[in-house]
Design a protein around this ligand. Structure first.
Ligand SMILES: NC(=O)c1ccc[n+]([C@@H]2O[C@H](COP(=O)([O-])OP(=O)(O)OC[C@H]3O[C@@H](n4cnc5c(N)ncnc54)[C@H](OP(=O)(O)O)[C@@H]3O)[C@@H](O)[C@H]2O)c1
Length: 246
C-alpha cells in the first residue's frame, strides 16, 4: 500500500508509534523512525524490520521539548532525504490534574510537546512536501480533545488545539496537494495507561460498546488508511478510534 513512499513517524519506539512503524514497514514504506533516545534495542528492532521487509528505516533522535534541537534534527533530515510523503505526528505526553492545582507553566510544557513541536515539524516537512505537490500529514489527537473531563484541561486542550490545526492546515495546504487529517484514539493499551487506577479503566470499559480496550494496532490501521492513496479525497477529517465510546 505504501511502496515507494517515505514516512516520518515520531514517537516510534513504543506504543502507537511503534505499531504504526510496523504496519508501514509491512506495507513497504521507507521510514524515518523518530525517537527521543537512542538505544541498541530500538536500533536492532528497526534494523530487523528493515531486513524483514526489504525497506530502509533510518532512526532519528530528538526531544520534542527542546525546540532548537528538534528543528535542527528535522532540518538535517529534510536536507538528507530525497522526499517525505507521509508525516505522522504521534509523540505526545499526557497529564491529569485539576485546573486549580495545575501551574500554567505545566500546561505550557504539555502544549510545547503536544502542539507547538508538532507545528514546527509540520511547517518544515510540509514545505518539502509542497515541492512534490503531494503529501499526507496525520496528527494523533485524542478523544480527550473532543470532550470535557475533570482534570483534563492541559492534555485535552493541547489535543483540541492540534485537532483545530488539522482542519486549518487542510484548508491551507490542499492547494499544494497535501492532505492533513487526524486520528483520535480513545482508551488504547499502551504505557500511557500504566499508572491510571482500576476504577477509571472499568468505567471507560463500561462505556465502550466493543467492550475491550483498543490496541495500538487498531489505531495504526486508521493511520495507514489516511497515509495511503486509498484516502486520496479525504482531508481535514478526524477519525475517532475508540470502540464507539458513549
Ligand atoms: N494510549 C491512549 O489511550 C491514547 C489515547 C488518545 C491519544 N493518544 C495519543 O497517542 C500518541 C501516542 O501515545 P501512546 O499511547 O503510544 O503513548 P506512549 O506509549 O506513552 O508513547 C509516547 C511516545 O511519545 C514519545 N515522547 C513523549 N515525549 C516526547 C518528547 N519530549 N520528545 C520526543 N518523544 C516524546 C515517547 O518517547 P519516550 O519513549 O522517549 O518517552 C513515546 O515514543 C500520543 O500523542 C497520545 O497523546 C493515546
Amino acid at each position: 500500500m505504501l511502496k515507494g513512499k517515505t514516512a516520518m513517524v515520531t514517537g516510534s519506539n513504543r506504543g502507537i508509534g511503534l505499531a504504526v512503524v510496523k504496519l508501514f514497514a509491512k506495507n513497504h514504506a521507507d521510514i524515518l523512525a523518530c525517537a527521543r533516545t537512542q538505544t541498541p534495542e530500538f536500533e536492532k528492532e528497526m534494523q530487523e524490520l528493515a531486513n524483514e521487509y526489504g525497506i530502509s528505516i533510518l532512526p532519528v533522535y530528538f526531544d520534542l521539548s527542546d525546540e532548537a534541537a528538534a528543528t535542527s534534527a528535522v532540518k538535517q533530515l529534510i536536507k538528507n532525504t530525497e522526499r517525505i510523503d507521509i508525516l505522522v505526528n504521534n509523540a505526545g505526553v499526557t497529564t491529569v490534574g485539576l485546573f486549580g492545582m495545575t501551574p500554567v507553566a505545566k500546561i505550557k510544557q504539555v502544549f510545547d510537546i503536544n502542539f507547538f513541536a508538532q507545528l514546527s515539524i509540520t511547517q518544515l516537512v510540509t514545505k518539502k512536501m509542497s515541492r512534490n505537490h503531494s503529501g499526507s500529514v496525520i496528527n494523533i489527537c485524542s478523544v480527550s480533545g473532543l470532550s470535557n473531563e475533570k482534570g483534563g484541561l492541559a492534555y485535552g486542550s493541547s489535543k483540541a488545539a492540534l485537532a483545530y490545526a488539522t482542519k486549518t492546515l487542510a484548508v491551507e495546504l490542499g492547494a499544494n496537494g497535501i492532505r492533513v487529517n487526524a486520528v483520535s484514539p480513545g482508551f488504547i493499551d499502551t504505557d500511557m495507561w500504566k499508572e491510571r487506577d482500576e476504577d477509571l479503566r472499568s468505567s471507560l470499559l463500561s462505556k465502550t460498546p466493543l467492550a475491550r480496550q483498543g490496541s495500538p494496532e487498531d489505531v495504526a490501521k486508521a493511520v495507514l488508511f489516511l497515509a495511503s492513496d486509498d484516502s486520496s479525497y479525504i482531508t481535514g477529517r478526524n477519525i475517532i478510534v475508540d470502540g464507539g465510546r458513549i
